[in-house]
Design a protein around this ligand. Structure first.
Ligand code: TXA
Ligand code: MG
Length: 330
């Protein structure tokens, strides 16, 4: 089997109808979202969710983010406290996942939540929301890549990795945000917002909207509180060396900003995440450039320091995972 690719701009109606048909068969379909491409399946069906794990080659069942088309749909499955509701009203549709208590009679299958009493819900933008509205059920969707590999930000990435295992890939162009959604959970008693995963929505934007600072865990990628977030996620084939100020011959270089890097003439390839030092642009380019640096054949990828503010927090989190020891990898 080789997946069919349907381009949203060329065939907008068929992009919805063909994807709905695959979902109704209980099979996963790769779809574009503003963050990364997702491997989506009916979140209410055990067989459909099992296919996601099988396709990704994930050895264990982790809780998956369930995608809805609006707050009304979210309320069919989960209970909102006032702070979570305000965050959803402010930032949905968008790159924010909110972990909420499941309703008692929720139709979301326990395989999607790994049997937890909570569910991570996100309302994506554009095509993904249109598809969910047409399908009228939530879609469980992790990133559309083999477990442990870099997340895909184009239909081509998905095709190269999973094309032989899928029926259908929907092509919506390059993912504009480029890193996965920010995940938060609110303590309903205190209103404290816990940042479970930095991502495509800057923590400072959430803090500003909520009028309170977020609580963080110690150090980027240090302790993994959100289940299923292994340190060695997002691993390219090459080794990754962070905070590089100079580079060694034969290394691939990923830099941030146009300043020259000592030794860069001898680099296997030089990729600039953002010549103008724009963190949103850097996030959008991150996974594509990690893949390109990997494809250069260099044994190691050196990455220059990236400011840990705004979207830099998510970029540094993903880079720390890419550089983490590979033992015990998923
Ligand atoms: O941007 C994104 O979020 C992408 C696109 C496709 O929407 N999706 C994505 O989904 O990254 P996924 O399923 O790979 O995210 C799973 C992670 C888990 O590893 C865990 O960290 C967190 O979401 N998560 C999900 N449900 C949770 C829950 N009930 N409690 C705590 N963390 C949860
Ligand atoms: Mg992933």
């Amino acid at each position: 089997m080789t997946a069919e690719i349907i381009d949203i701009t060329r065939e907008p109606q068929r992009a919805i109808s063909a994807a709905s048909r695959v979902l109704h068969e209980g099979l996963p379909v790769a779809i574009p979202t503003e963050t990364v491409y997702g491997l989506a399946a009916d979140a209410t069906r055990a067989d459909a969710i099992s296919r996601i794990y099988e396709t990704k080659g994930r050895p264990q069942f982790n809780p998956l983010i369930c995608h809805v088309c609006d707050i009304e749909m979210a309320e069919r499955y989960a209970v909102f406290d006032p702070v979570s509701r305000q965050l959803a009203e402010t930032f949905w549709p968008g790159p924010l996942t909110i972990v909420l208590p499941l309703k008692k009679d929720s139709a979301i299958h326990p395989l999607a939540t790994a049997g937890l009493e909570t569910v991570g819900l996100r309302c994506p933008e554009g095509y993904a929301s249109d598809l969910i509205r047409a399908f009228d059920r939530p879609l469980a969707a992790p990133s559309a890549n083999t477990s442990g590999k870099i997340s895909p930000t184009s239909a081509r990435h998905v095709m190269d990795d999973l094309g032989a295992k899928l029926e259908l890939i929907i092509d919506g162009g390059a993912s504009p945000v480029g890193v996965e959604s920010t995940i938060v959970r609110v303590d309903p008693d205190t209103g404290t917002i816990l940042l479970l995963r930095p991502g495509g929505l800057a923590a400072a934007d959430i803090a500003r909207a909520a009028g309170r600072d977020l609580k963080r865990r110690a150090g980027p990628a240090a302790i993994i509180e959100a289940p299923g977030m292994l340190a060695s996620h997002y691993a390219p084939g090459a080794a990754v060396r962070l905070d590089a100020l100079s580079i060694e011959p034969g290394e691939a270089l990923i830099r941030f900003g146009a300043a020259p890097v000592e030794g860069m003439e001898a680099a296997a390839i030089v990729l600039d995440l953002s010549p103008s030092s724009d963190l949103a642009q850097a996030a959008a380019n991150l996974f594509e450039y990690l893949k390109r640096a990997d494809a250069s054949g260099a044994a190691r990828i050196a990455v220059t320091p990236i400011p840990n503010e705004g979207l830099g927090e998510a970029i540094n989190d993903r880079l720390a995972r890419a550089a983490a020891p590979r033992d015990g990898e998923e």
